[in-house]
Design a protein around this ligand. Structure first.
Ligand code: HEC
Length: 111
């Protein structure tokens, strides 16, 4: 009985220890994570806390962009469409990897 309890406690503490160090990988996590996309610094996104308003709210993007590729291009390097933009070139400057960009686009497309 004691052993079972000990194993349970060990398992629980392992789970707790894992949560904060988990790398952001879902599109939403990537968008919200301050060290990754940090999109909330400038954009309002549904569920996001303390968003900035430097850029337009990110909603309804499937209507706005028609193709995922166009949305991806905007995030890859916004300077293609506005040389004076304050939005960081997430792809061109390798802030986000190709795989991370794909995750992010999938998430944003569904907003
Ligand atoms: C430093 C501020 C800043 C950050 C951080 C930022 N953006 Fe932007 N974003 C802008 C601004 C400003 C615009 C307005 C268009 C422009 O400047 O060309 C914009 C435009 C956009 C647009 C086009 C919206 C439209 O309707 O035209 C999308 C999509 C977008 N951002 C996605 C993102 C995503 C996704 C992230 C995070 C990975 C992000 N942005 C991070 C500033 C930012």
């Amino acid at each position: 009985m004691k052993t079972a309890l000990l194993i349970l406690l060990l398992a629980l503490s392992a789970c707790a220890a894992n949560t904060p160090t988990q790398a952001p990988n879902s599109g939403k996590q990537l968008a919200f994570n301050r060290n990754k996309g940090n999109c909330l610094a400038c954009h309002v996104i549904a569920d996001g806390e303390s968003p900035g308003n430097i850029g337009p709210p990110l909603a309804n993007l499937a209507n706005r962009f028609k193709k995922k590729q166009q949305l991806r291009a905007q995030i890859w390097d916004a300077r293609q469409f506005n040389p004076d933009t304050s939005m960081p070139p997430f792809g061109a400057n390798k802030i986000l990897s190709e795989a991370e960009l794909n995750e992010l686009v999938e998430y944003l497309w569904g907003l």
